[in-house]
Design a protein around this ligand. Structure first.
Ligand code: AMP
Length: 404
């Protein structure tokens, strides 16, 4: 029996998201989520394709118990992890530093390197490591593959990746711009080229991944040449709860004048800033509803969000020189037509425009929303990070790049 299935695991500190895909065609067999691991009220939601969702609440002590519970749910659908049809497990790993430029089969040396990167990704890499160790213990015979959020951005030139700070200090502490959401930027830039009927090497794309976390990238002929997130996912665009770009001296000011601790400022900038800090809401649907009711605070939050987005579109236009497409993706990018409209409004001189009717269409398919006459295509391209992780994992273990 040929093994064509890939399990994709995205392990957080208290959660595991998973999808089982069949790589003959890239179809999804099951999706699910375990939340609140370590609490009394852990929750597992499992949905087999074509079947009804099953939910379960109770104590799941740790990641090991979570994965065993997932395995049992899959087994109920005849998709158990002991199946010979399972070819590999693909793990999302947030930080791969400069070392990992490609998906990588995990061994002890790879684990040690991911561990070495914990200081630059203290929230994510430890949870990713737990997921890897747990899955390896469950199926030690199976290839476990790490797919890194940073890998797509390792092609950035030094001029884009380095901060203008003392070089020795930067090198000693590995301070540079790594970028994140790489799996999404890779998938969406490729899918945009496909939508245009071109090979990725022929097109320059600005990808706007606008979810609760948000980042932009400039992709030249399939290679990332700049991206808005930096050493951590805090830099760049205004996000749901993160500030994005800011004068770093704000931090000294808050310490010296506000008497705030490092942890307090970290929480302020990562969890209490961005849209939520500006208006109390981080859901774009709610912000638009409030704007429609005449809420000035929500309007200002929206305007600040859009202003930053437009600055990045302009910046990446200049970085690329020639732009073939601007692609919107993730929760906000795929759904919020007012954001897309405002992001390119008045930029006809750059060849950018949105057709009102096309922009209003709701669909899960990649689509163009620019008028036919526009010089630059504006597209909505739903992202699929799990499919990308599964595709990269499967290509690596099967030794071919073209299997889906
Ligand atoms: P993500 O992180 O990609 O899952 O995106 C989540 C965000 O997408 C939410 O916080 C909302 O702001 C936004 N979002 C999701 N659905 C919609 C929608 N129908 N209209 C506007 N914004 C949406």
């Amino acid at each position: 029996m040929s093994s064509t299935r890939v399990l994709v695991l995205n392990s957080g500190s208290s959660s595991v998201k998973y999808q089982l895909l069949d790589m003959r065609g890239g179809s999804r067999l099951a999706v699910g989520l375990v939340e609140r691991i370590g609490e009394e009220t852990s929750r597992l939601k499992h949905t087999p394709t074509g079947g009804a969702a099953r939910e379960w609440t109770g104590a799941i002590a740790d990641h090991d118990a979570a994965l065993k519970a997932v395995s049992e749910e899959l087994a109920r659908d005849g998709l158990g992890l002991d199946s010979p049809e399972l070819a590999a497990i693909g793990h999302r790993v947030v930080h791969g530093g400069l070392h990992f430029t490609e998906p990588t089969v995990i061994d002890d040396a790879v684990l040690a390197e991911i561990e070495r990167l914990v200081p630059v990704a203290p929230l994510h890499n430890p949870a990713n490591l737990t997921g890897i160790r747990t899955a390896s213990a469950l199926r030690p015979d199976l290839p476990q593959v790490a797919v890194f959020d940073t890998a797509f951005h390792t092609t950035m030139p030094e001029s884009a990746a380095r901060y203008a700070i003392d070089v020795r200090t930067a090198d000693e502490y590995r301070i540079r711009r790594y970028g994140f959401h790489g799996t999404s930027h890779a998938y969406v830039s490729r899918a945009t080229a496909e939508l245009l009927g071109k090979h990725p090497s022929e097109v320059n794309v600005i990808v706007l991944h606008l979810g609760n976390g948000a980042s932009a990238s400039a992709v030249e002929g399939g290679r990332c040449v700049d991206t808005s997130m930096g050493l951590t996912p805090l830099e760049g665009l205004v996000m749901g709860t993160r500030s994005g770009d800011m004068d770093p001296a704000v931090i000294f000011h808050l310490m010296r004048v506000g008497g705030m601790s490092t942890d307090e400022i970290d929480t302020l900038l990562n969890k209490k800033s961005g849209l939520v800090g500006l208006c109390g809401d981080n859901d774009m649907r709610e912000i638009r509803r409030r704007i429609d009711e005449g809420d000035e605070q929500a309007k200002l939050a929206f305007d600040i969000y859009i202003h930053r987005l437009r600055k990045y579109i302009g910046a990446y236009y200049a970085v690329l020189g020639r732009v073939d497409a601007v692609a919107f993706t993730a929760g906000v990018g795929e759904n919020a037509s007012p954001v897309r409209e405002a992001a390119v409004a008045g930029l006809e001189a750059l060849g950018l425009a949105v057709d009102g009717e096309l922009n209003a269409v709701r669909s899960d398919e990649p689509r163009l929303i620019s008028p036919e006459s526009a010089r630059v295509a504006v597209a909505v391209v739903p992202t699929d990070e799990e499919l990308e992780i599964a595709t990269q994992t499967y290509a690596l273990v099967k030794g071919s790049q073209n299997l889906t």
